[in-house]
Each structure stands twice: as structure tokens, then as C-alpha cells.
Ligand binder design. Sequence first.
Ligand code: NAP
Length: 301
Amino acid sequence: MKRTQLSQRGPNFSRMVYGTWRLLDTEPNPQEVNRRLHACLELGITTIDTAEIYGLYEVERMLGAALALSPGLRDRIEIVTKAGIYVPYPQCPERHTAHYDASGPRLIRSLEQSLSLLGTDHVDLFLVHRPDWLTRADDTAAGLNELLRTGKIREAGASNFSVSQFDLLSTHMEKPLVTNQIEFHLLHPEPIEDGTLHQCEKLGVPPMAWSPLAGGRIFDPTNPAANRLAVAAKSMSSRYDGATLEQLAYAWILAHPARPLPVIGTNNPERLRSAARSEAIAMEREDWYALWEAAQGRKIP
Ligand SMILES: NC(=O)c1ccc[n+]([C@@H]2O[C@H](COP(=O)([O-])OP(=O)(O)OC[C@H]3O[C@@H](n4cnc5c(N)ncnc54)[C@H](OP(=O)(O)O)[C@@H]3O)[C@@H](O)[C@H]2O)c1
């Protein structure tokens, strides 16, 4: 597995990242999650993406328990976490309405809670999970800058930020933001044209691409785009050593010049291995456009 430097300073991440949003869907115990982390390492996937909200605020605790089973494992991986989304849940009866909060003090409090749950003194990258419409960018940046100064976060970034939101937050940062984690896949190619990927390319900041398989929708037989993609993938598979639709979907993301890092979401160990193999696929230009056309159901303009 190749590696990617997110900025000249770092961090240095595996080209594909393992995402933990769905980690608790199969109700694993810490031993199983520990085995999953080791399986990632064996595939060269050293970067683990999480967030305080995942599993209704329980995934980080599970990751911390899994890491504690193998002393030294924490130092072999890079941890990305995020904060800023607050939804009602049983352990927090005073919260009634889902909301965003990216104010500096709130981000600091959340990150400190994440460190405690994960059992670590720092994360390698901390992202503002979503833009908060009620917080000034200088307030958000003050929290991030403070966390950077203390070393509790090695780098800071954003997630789901528009070009102007990323630009605005950047103007207040003491160290440049190193990524924008965005939805980017065959069924959501908008970042190609809306300026998001252009901004990443211009700043030399590789984006992270979430839901690279559209959350599983590229396999949905009731979805016409998924069916067209299945046909297109079958027609080109032999040119890529029998690659599957999912491998071609990852390769399609990896081929974009902004150098996106797909964040893999499967809980299935065989699919994880298959995903890692897609990193070696060098997709031909015509096949890349053929997949775009199949997903869109129209010719390129
Ligand atoms: N920043 C953000 O706002 C944001 C938002 C969403 C996600 N994320 C990050 O991105 C990561 C990945 O997101 P995601 O889980 O939506 O990724 P995804 O890879 O697009 O979707 C994973 C889903 O697809 C299913 N799947 C995979 N291969 C399949 C196949 N061959 N046939 C049928 N179903 C298949 C998986 O089921 P199995 O488990 O059974 O394989 C799983 O339910 C998350 O874990 C999280 O870290 C970030």
C-alpha cells in the first residue's frame, strides 16, 4: 500500500484509510476490533478514521478498548477523529435537538473526551466534522490553534466544507488545514465540478473521500445507475485482472488528480482485503470516463 503525505509537514497516511462509522453494526467485542486493526496493518492500511459521534458516541470507546489489548499498537497507526455534531441520545437527556457546534471551547472539550476514550495523548488529525452555521470561523480556528499548540492534535482539517467555508477557516489558522474530508464517489461526483477538488489540488491538500461505495448503494439492484455501473465494470474487468465493481469504484476515486484517500467502510474482512488490492489498479483514462458516463446515464458534455 502506497502512502500519501497530506502536507509538506505531514501527516503521512496510508493511501487508503479504514473508516469506523459502521464499526458497531455487527456488535463486535474489543478482541474482534483488535483483530480488525491488525488486519488493516497487514494490508498496509495504517490510518483509522473515526469521530466522536460514531456509534452514538460509542465507537471511540470501543477503539480505545481494542487498542489497549495490544501495547504499542497505538503507535503503529494514525488516528483521525472529528467533532462538532451533537444529536439527542439516551445518555444525554438534556439535549433535545440535533445541532452543530464548532465553537473553539466545544471542540477542545470534545477532543479531550476523544483522547480519554481512545486512551491516547494525541490524535494525528482532528477534523471539524461539519460546518457550524452559527460559529464564526475565528472562534473555530482559536480552538484548533490551541489544540495544535498543545500537541493534542498533530494536524487539523475540515470535513464537508464548501470551498468558501474551507477558505474562510484557513485564513484564521496558524498551521494550514491538511484535508477536507468530503463525500466523493461514482454516485456523487459533484466535488469534481463544484470547485472542492480544485481547491484541494491548488492547496496541495489531498481530500479524504467518504462512502467510496456510496454506502453500498452502488450494489443496489433497484438503482438504475448501479445497474449501469455493473455492466460497465464487467466490460472492463478483464483489463484489470478481473477487478470487481467495488475495486474499480475505489480505483476511480484514486485516479483523480487531487489524490483523494478513500475511506473504506466495510465490516467484512474479505471485502477489506479486496479493497486494499484496488490501490494497485492504474485506471485508463477511457475507462474512468466510461464509469462516469455509466453512473450519470449520459454522455460527457
Ligand atoms: N466525514 C463525514 O461526514 C463522513 C460521512 C460518512 C462516512 N464517513 C467515513 O467514511 C467511512 C466509509 O463510509 P461508508 O461506510 O458509507 O463506506 P462505503 O464503503 O461506501 O459503504 C460501506 C457499506 O457498503 C457495504 N458494502 C461494501 N461492499 C459491498 C458489496 N460488495 N456488496 C454489498 N454491500 C457492500 C458495506 O457492508 P459490509 O460491511 O457488509 O461490507 C457497508 O454497509 C466511514 O466509516 C467513516 O469513517 C465520513
